[in-house]
Design a protein around this ligand. Sequence first.
Ligand SMILES: *[C@@H]1O[C@H](CO)[C@@H](O)[C@H](O)[C@H]1NC(C)=O
Ligand SMILES: *[C@@H]1O[C@H](CO)[C@@H](O)[C@H](O)[C@H]1NC(C)=O
Ligand SMILES: *[C@@H]1O[C@H](CO)[C@@H](O)[C@H](O)[C@H]1NC(C)=O
Ligand SMILES: *[C@@H]1O[C@H](CO)[C@@H](O)[C@H](O)[C@H]1NC(C)=O
Ligand SMILES: *[C@@H]1O[C@H](CO)[C@@H](O)[C@H](O)[C@H]1NC(C)=O
Length: 334
Amino acid sequence: MGGILGLCFLTFLSFSPLGFAEKCNPEDKKVLLQIKKDFTKNNLDQLAPWIPEADCCIWDGLKCDPVTHRITSLIILSNLPNSNFTGQIPPSIGDLPYLEFLEFHKLPKLTGPIQPTIAKLTKLKWLQISWTNVSGPVPDFLAQLKNLMFLDLSFNNLSGSIPSSLSQLPNLLSLHLDRNRLTGPIPNSFGSFNKPGPDLYLSHNQLSGPIPASLANLDPTRIELSRNKLEGDASMLFRRNKTTFILDVSRNLLAFDLSKLEFPTTLVTLDLNHNQIFGSIPVGLTALDSLQRFNVSYNRLCGEIPQGGALQTFDASSYLHNKCLCGSPFPGCK
Ligand SMILES: *[C@@H]1O[C@H](CO)[C@@H](O)[C@H](O)[C@H]1NC(C)=O
Ligand SMILES: *[C@@H]1O[C@H](CO)[C@@H](O)[C@H](O)[C@H]1NC(C)=O
Ligand SMILES: *[C@@H]1O[C@H](CO)[C@@H](O)[C@H](O)[C@H]1NC(C)=O
Ligand SMILES: *[C@@H]1O[C@H](CO)[C@@H](O)[C@H](O)[C@H]1NC(C)=O
Ligand SMILES: *[C@@H]1O[C@H](CO)[C@@H](O)[C@H](O)[C@H]1NC(C)=O
């Protein structure tokens, strides 16, 4: 009898909205209430439901570890399109030492630098600060977050060059730095990422100089370098035995001979438009059965378009504005 009563009492406690059996770690709660204070003085609507009376493990945007009850995940995004929230990432974010997953997304008035105290969050596996107006450099300290698997800093106002130290992240699977104002070269060190290397999203920046030859060592699934000012050779990205699916280097200043190159047979997208690529379209491309997007327009290619494979499934817009391409979808060669 007493046992059953006891059990009922325990059940009551763990469901109690007043949190007598609160799981949330008190240190974490203190930090979260500080974060709320920093953010809500600037109207961040999402954090209003973070009330001190409730267990913070059930607060919006948070997750606790099921065993230790430490905060492992924090997602802050604006749920109102015209959110008036303005401000910076508060330093107290660095005092949630068990965070593995941190995301700030769609906060157009989030400004200031990528908060330096994030360097203390060494358990982070996922860091996303995207569609905000954070500015300043991509910080070097990110290389200390050795557990990072996913780093997304896309669609921000970041400037400066890409730190070469990022290649020291041994577990990185995906690197998104696209749609910022980054300048300078792709670091040479990127060839020394652990193989096969992370998917690279570096498009829509102002990156310049040659693509490092060392990238020949990598074999990521996806490489997006479009809309930069990269020049010279890109052939290190191609090789028959690579397994890349998506390769987009369009709208750069690349100039190399396409004629003799071999291509990963896994390619689904190959976009080379708006460069200064010369030579002819190699017959080997007819062997790429999975090819669904192909664009070599606005280059300096010449000669007969090889007939076969997927190459004639693309219309003339994939081949337009070259030096002297001929054969289907254009008239035959003389
Ligand atoms: C933002 O501020 C304006 C003017 O003060 C107000 O009209 C609007 O409702 C606010 N938007 C939100 C989402 O609170
Ligand atoms: C950054 O701020 C500008 C000006 O307020 C705004 O137009 C832009 O959409 C913001 N960027 C993002 C990614 O929200
Ligand atoms: C973007 O950053 C530059 C300085 O790096 C600054 O002048 C500009 O105001 C920023 N844009 C926004 C919308 O915050
Ligand atoms: C691919 O081929 C190149 C040379 O042709 C070789 O150096 C490299 O080790 C090969 N990679 C794999 C994964 O077989
Ligand atoms: C190829 O790229 C050019 C230039 O951006 C564009 O106009 C054309 O529509 C593209 N064609 C295809 C099939 O993607």
